[in-house]
Design a protein around this ligand. Sequence first.
Ligand SMILES: Cc1cc2nc3c(=O)[nH]c(=O)nc-3n(C[C@H](O)[C@H](O)[C@H](O)COP(=O)(O)OP(=O)(O)OC[C@H]3O[C@@H](n4cnc5c(N)ncnc54)[C@H](O)[C@@H]3O)c2cc1C
Length: 415
Amino acid sequence: MHYDVIIIGGGPAGATAATYLAKAGKSVLILEKEHFPRFHIGESLLPYNMPIFEEMGVMPALQEADFMTKKGGRFSLAKGDQENAITFAEGVFTEVGEAIQVERSIFDKILLDHARDSGAEVKEGWTVDSYTISDKDGVSVIASSEHEETFSASFLLDASGLVNFTANREKLRQYYPHLQKVAIYGHFTGVDFTDREQQLNETHIACFGDSWFWIIPFSEKKVSIGLVLDREDLKESDLNPEELFQQAADSSPSLTQMMKNSARIGPIRVTSDYSYSNEKLIGPRLMRIGDAVGFIDPVFSSGVYLACVTARDAVAALVEALDSNQCLSPAMRRYEKQTCKSLSRYREVIELFYQRSFIEILLQPDGKWQWPCAINAILAGRLDLPWALRWRFRTFLWFARLHHRFGLVKRLDFG
Ligand SMILES: Cc1cc2nc3c(=O)[nH]c(=O)nc-3n(C[C@H](O)[C@H](O)[C@H](O)COP(=O)(O)OP(=O)(O)OC[C@H]3O[C@@H](n4cnc5c(N)ncnc54)[C@H](O)[C@@H]3O)c2cc1C
């Protein structure tokens, strides 16, 4: 059987792309090395992801799963003396006011099952080992399960996540030198919130020294808590990751308060080397989507959203290329350009977050020029920026950079 498209990986990017392709009447095969449900990190989603789920037709299944509603984000100092909560629905430039916080094993399975129900063929427990691409003959993929098999298609979509399958083979991966971070995280029950009703529906970022914690409640009883720190700090420490996590939590008054009656469910996990970009996102008969495009940092919870956006946009280009029998089309080049632009916008804000200027301005807002509303829209995932939003966002970035150098608002003590 010859497919229109073979997709490596059945995470959010692969499942979204397969759904869009199947709905466009294309034959598509997903090869996924794991059997779902499987653990994955990345539980906090963005509001602008919701219209994509609507378009995919997966909303009824997501509603049935009864995921936790996410109404906003809370930024604080882990010392507990300063914080600011952003409510998406209150942002004048934010058109979508709510998202969800999900247990990824359940969420990813819903998306993959939906791709299958939409007409995609899905093979779980199949690892892609190698591929060859020829302009004339198309794509040939060798994958193995209990036995090895060769599959052929007109196009290959790489949705392999941080494995970065095709770009690694082409030696395209470049790590961001200033984002050499490591994340240490686990799931907890019995977490206390001072304002339970509001905080259950928020993703909370608590800054602590040069590090930060995420606190993501994804059900009434289960909360994902993670610590992100410089990889060097872990290397230089005498403590193992679990001890380091505990030490950081114990020395942060707000985390100590939250976790005093909590118990961990499952192991503490560690992920590093996740911040990178690939020089190229497309090639003849090949496109990359999701984390296989590159991943910057978890702080603004943009990973799943960008996985779905890149999947949707890549499919639009792919369908055109398939219909016009081209192996590298202008629409594919436009996809590459647009995706790099969206990623670079997130990168700019993430860099300011680690310079602390973003958080120092956010925690001492004076409402100037509606900057908080502009930030609200960016954090919700708005990617098309009308002029009224664009100039506010640009001046905010400019002010934050000046603040970093000259201290335009009060410097805060991060503990
Ligand atoms: C510490 C951390 C915290 C994060 N927190 C958030 C968050 O709060 N919110 C958020 O939106 N994002 C978050 N992210 C990012 C998020 O996890 C990813 O952006 C998202 O999962 C990307 O989806 P994907 O489909 O591209 O990749 P994945 O979800 O990783 O899926 C890739 C799939 O490909 C499969 N695969 C890989 N290689 C092969 C192969 N050779 N053959 C067959 N199958 C293969 C894998 O098994 C996997 O199922 C976080 C990331 C990190 C590192």
